[in-house]
Design a protein around this ligand. Structure first.
Ligand code: MG
Ligand code: MG
Length: 258
């Protein structure tokens, strides 16, 4: 179902997504070689609860944790574990909250220590593909305009777009309509209107676009074992320019200091 929000609901979604932005920055301050993904999960859960909210993913469709932590060739939905981050890893941290009944959802891919330049380039292109998609999230455009912009940017870097997972509407439910694919044709799909709130979340692979799911039933991996990156913003559709409900500025601030 597609639910167009009232202005008041957009403000509630701004608050929940602001908390996610701050939670990811909190996690960012702890990402280093030697830390386990379960430790990051615990830091996030404590931060979210201390701020009067609930973890949005914990228990969602049976997911066991607060964060999805997806390392290297893991695309998304990695389950926090005793895995210890090591120098040269990349880790996508995807975080959801429920604040006053409304969901927030955002993801950022971090580097651990010294990461190969070609993998850094994948991250740069993935984040740029998200920005390209956001530019198209304006009233009267169609969802396919976002999809096409994301795909074009990612493929211009020589990368491939995951087909099996897509972005989504967000509100009182974590996943609402419409689906927001990271691939597609301009001028196709749902026509967007003011106060539609969507998550745009490119999942971009270094090699093949094909993926498979681990035996844990959750973790999505690349088909060829090459790395994958993931960035996600929640945005409210507006006339002329999208209204970003997520910000990476807190993360960027933390990463500058370290
Ligand atoms: Mg999402
Ligand atoms: Mg997410």
């Amino acid at each position: 179902m597609i639910y167009i929000k009232t202005d008041a609901e957009v403000e509630l979604l701004r608050a929940s997504n602001m908390l996610v932005s701050k939670t990811l920055a909190e996690v960012a301050g702890h990402i280093r070689a030697g830390v386990t993904t379960l430790q990051l999960d615990s830091i996030a859960e404590t931060f979210i609860r201390d701020n009067g909210a609930l973890p949005g993913f914990k228990g969602y469709a049976g997911f066991p944790n607060t964060l999805c932590t997806s390392v290297n060739d893991e695309v998304v939905h990695g389950i926090p574990s005793a895995y210890t981050l090591k120098d040269g890893d990349i880790i996508s941290v995807d975080c959801g909250v429920i604040l006053d009944g409304y969901y927030g959802d955002s993801a950022f891919t971090f580097t651990v220590g010294e990461v190969k330049p070609e993998v850094i380039r994948l991250l740069v292109y993935t984040r740029a593909s998200l920005e390209a998609g956001v530019k198209e999230a304006v009233a009267c455009n169609r969802v396919g305009d976002i999809s096409h912009a994301v795909q074009s940017k990612a493929e211009s870097g020589g990368y491939s777009v995951v087909r099996t997972l897509v972005g989504h509407g967000i509100g009182k439910h974590l996943h609402e309509g419409p689906e927001v694919p990271n691939f597609g044709r301009r001028g196709t799909g749902v026509r967007m209107e003011k106060n539609l709130v969507i998550c745009i979340e490119p999942m971009i692979n270094f090699g093949t676009k094909h993926t498979h799911v681990n035996s844990d039933g959750w973790t999505v991996r690349t088909g060829d074992g090459k790395p994958s990156a993931h960035f996600e913003y929640a945005v409210a559709v507006r006339e002329g320019k999208a209204d970003l409900l997520t910000t990476f500025e807190f993360i960027d601030e933390v990463l500058k200091i370290r």
